[in-house]
Design a binder for this molecule. Structure first.
Ligand SMILES: Cc1cc2nc3c(=O)[nH]c(=O)nc-3n(C[C@H](O)[C@H](O)[C@H](O)COP(=O)(O)O)c2cc1C
Ligand code: SF4
Length: 464
């Protein structure tokens, strides 16, 4: 009966109250997770005689998943985030270029920025989304340059690859040098090693695939550590540094920048120490997060599921507070909290900070005032200002552990850039016309804010 009023049905799981199911991040559900569930409903509707076409969505990121949906008897495939990530998804399928599809990673940066800023859209995979009206093209369809430059690019992480892709599309000769055996930087070697972030490898895999397929003028040299002498003798017209950022080894935080006393002990590790340098993590682990990247809590979950006893301290904001709206708006808070609890991660009291790392563990200092709102309001002041601090009711606690993991703040790797720029300014490098810094080496942020440094790199590739 409804057939004559309805053009098509879109069947999805979730309503506004369960929006983390509807717009599920990849930390919560795998790609295409809704499809099989929705198919059951749709089959029942069809058996009841409804003839109107049916479609569904739910991170149908790849054509393989789309084919599966069609094989299950659905008439249409819906792509919301997959078409933000790649607006040319359907065209690429039609033209048989499925290897060029830029698959959504399910990070929910898009929906988070829409929630927070209402009209502004950001996407990690597509850093020019919403800027098409200013002439930006997600596919880098820009006019070719008349006089191609010979560009030396130091660093082949996500932002370096974005620069190389765009500069390569315009016809420049780009030489990517990366010290690691594979391209991809921190995303390949750290972030994508964490279970909840596995899909993030697509950021760098897609860019490398496109460069290798479409731009023979972009040369790739891995295991190639550059120094100032090599750069000076390279004969490049321009040098671009996309050397990225690393986790601070001193445990400094973005508010006070104070190092944590005891940070130099060998059992104090950063994510690079664990995933790149393969340093051993003990059985009693204390994870400290203070920059809003929430990488630390996801590492805590993985380690706890490995059977380790894990303590998690997030400051200045507790994981579950309204202030952690970054996680809330990304629709990840519920999943992270539930996984922490089921894995047995023990939360350190809120409104504390790590005062000192000793040979036996971590000494934490905290305070408590009457009422949650008062605590939130005064916490940052107390934490940042030692004079204010003495007036408050304070307490300390000692937590025994054999490993401390720091995800407190990311610092840019710019020493080589500054050295080469100095040499260039002093006229010590013949023929060199420009030295640029881009990506996270320019603006290290939380991984969620990767669209910004990716955009700067895209813009540099468009304009250089
Ligand atoms: C940025 C963004 C905005 C959305 N806005 C709405 C909305 O206003 N109303 C709605 O019912 N669903 C909205 N959705 C949910 C989508 O319609 C869709 O159900 C969900 O994203 C799952 O599909 P996908 O995995 O293909 O993204 C939005 C999703 C995104 C990513
Ligand atoms: S921001 Fe993340 S989730 Fe949203 S479309 Fe882009 S890749 Fe997908």
């Amino acid at each position: 009966m409804v057939d004559r009023y309805i053009d098509f049905w879109d069947v999805d799981i979730g309503v506004y109250e369960t929006v983390d199911e509807m717009i599920a991040p990849s930390s919560r559900h795998p790609d295409g997770w809704q499809v099989l569930k929705n198919v059951e409903w749709i089959k029942k509707c069809k058996e009841a005689g409804i003839k109107t076409p049916f479609g569904t969505c739910g991170r149908i990121t790849s054509p393989d998943l789309a084919v599966k949906v069609r094989k299950e008897g659905l008439d249409m495939v819906g792509l919301v985030r997959p078409s933000i990530s790649d607006p040319h998804w359907a065209r690429k399928v039609r033209e048989g270029r499925i290897d060029e599809i830029r698959e959504c990673i399910g990070c929910n940066t898009c929906v988070s920025y829409l929630f927070k800023k209402h009209s502004q859209m950001l996407c990690i995979q597509n850093p020019v989304v919403g800027l098409e009206y200013l002439g930006y093209s997600p596919e880098a369809e820009y006019p070719k340059v008349k006089e191609p430059k010979r560009i030396l690019l130091v660093g082949g992480g996500p932002c370096g690859l974005e620069f190389a892709r765009v500069a390569g599309a315009r016809g420049h000769e780009v030489h990517i040098h990366d010290k690691m055996p594979e391209l991809g930087g921190n995303i390949r070697y750290v972030v994508s090693k964490i279970t909840a972030r596995r899909n993030w490898i697509r950021i760098v895999e897609w860019r490398e695939r496109i460069i290798r397929k479409k731009y023979p003028n972009v040369k790739i040299y891995t295991n190639s550590k550059m120094d100032a002498k090599k750069i000076a003798e390279y004969g490049a017209d321009v040098v671009v540094f996309a050397t990225g950022a690393v986790w601070d080894k001193k445990g400094r935080n973005p508010i006070t920048k104070r190092p944590i006393p005891g940070h130099e002990k060998p059992w104090v590790l950063t994510p690079e120490d664990i995933y790149i340098h393969k340093k051993k993590v003990g059985n009693r682990v204390f994870v400290i997060e203070s920059c809003g990247s929430w990488l630390g809590p996801w590492i805590a979950v993985d380690l706890a599921f490995e059977g380790k006893e894990v303590y998690l301290q997030t400051f200045p904001f507790p994981l579950e507070s309204a202030a952690s709206n970054e996680l809330g708006s990304r629709l990840e808070l519920g999943t992270l909290d539930a996984l922490c609890k089921s894995a047995g991660v023990q939360y350190v009291e809120p409104f504390t900070y790590p005062e000192e790392i000793t040979d036996e563990g971590v000494k934490i200092r905290g305070f408590f005032l009457d009422g949650w709102a008062a605590t939130v309001a005064t916490y940052t002041k107390w934490f940042a200002d030692p004079i204010y601090r003495i007036k408050k009711k304070e307490w300390t606690q000692f937590i025994k552990c054999d490993t401390v993991i720091l995800t407190t703040m990311r610092v840019p790797q710019i020493e080589l850039y500054e050295q080469v720029k100095g040499m260039w300014k002093r006229g010590e490098i013949k023929g060199l016309k420009g030295v640029y810094l881009t990506g996270e080496a320019l603006t290290p942020r939380t991984y969620y804010e990767l669209p910004y440094p990716m955009f700067w790199s895209h813009k540099l590739g468009k304009e250089i």
